[in-house]
Design a binder for this molecule. Structure first.
Ligand code: PGA
Length: 250
């Protein structure tokens, strides 16, 4: 039975003091009915992993380099993240696609590296507002999905997060019908690529302005297996009700 996933992306937020939010979440959800993943900045991965060693919560990172080691000043490799205690890594977030000009090919290489290191790759994709207005959303999603998913992808080692760029950090969310359309497309493209059973088991997250007030409605949408949450994952009183909403939708 597929476990739903509540994933938090802290982005470039959080110093030592914020680790208390992870402890609070673990205390509030001692035996969660869904998987919980928190992706703090890389500087906190070791400590966050130690804090959650006795809890089902998984700690992840927000990026990795495609190579396992080498002369890449400032970068962090997938084996290093695994060694630090990470179990997953977010890849191809739209902020990285934009700020660091990451291409689908690079994201696919990074995902292959994550898989080789035993990490779950949380691969993000989504259309811009201009693309949605030009009715290009489904084409954009299909090409991002095909090009950023490596051949090593399986339901066990990959999660796909649909995050419309215009919904991230803006308070705007697509309609339920719009989310259902994209998630339905992803599920059928995955079935062509991986076969129906594997496609059915692979978790598809929605991300972009998920908050306690809209979580239940979003988790009710067909083919939504959880959420990737930015701003509302930073504080346990905001993230905790989202976890609870997902549990009740499961
Ligand atoms: P948001 O971010 O929840 O703050 O909109 C989501 C994300 O970027 O993953």
């Amino acid at each position: 039975m597929k476990r739903k996933l509540a994933a938090g992306n802290w982005k470039m937020n959080g110093t030592n003091a914020r680790l208390a939010e992870i402890t609070a979440l673990a205390t509030a959800h001692p035996a969660p009915g869904v998987d919980i993943l928190i992706c703090p900045p890389a500087t906190l991965v070791v400590q966050a992993a130690a804090l959650t060693a006795d809890h089902a919560m998984m700690i992840g990172a927000q990026d990795c380099h495609p190579a396992p080691s080498g002369a890449h000043t400032g970068d962090i490799s997938a084996p290093m993240l695994a060694d630090a205690g990470a179990g997953a890594v977010i890849l191809g977030h739209s902020e990285r696609r934009e700020n660091h000009h990451e291409t689908n090919d690079l994201i696919s290489e990074k995902a292959r590296a994550a898989h080789a290191a035993g990490l779950i790759a949380v691969i993000c994709l989504g259309e811009t507002l201009a693309q949605r207005e030009a009715a290009q959303t489904l084409d954009v999603i299909a090409s991002q999905m095909h090009a950023s998913l490596p051949d090593s992808a399986s339901a066990a080692n990959t999660v796909i997060a649909y995050e419309p760029v215009w919904a991230i950090g803006t308070g705007l969310t697509p309609t339920s019908a719009q989310i259902a359309e994209v998630h339905g497309l992803l599920r059928s493209l995955l079935a062509e690529r991986l076969g129906a059973p594997e496609a059915a088991a692979l978790r598809l997250l929605y991300g972009g302005s998920v908050k306690p007030s809209n979580a239940l409605e979003i988790f009710d949408i067909p083919n939504v297996d959880g959420a990737l949450v930015g701003g509302a994952s930073l504080k346990s009183p905001d993230f905790s009700p989202i976890i609870t909403a997902l549990e009740s939708a499961s």
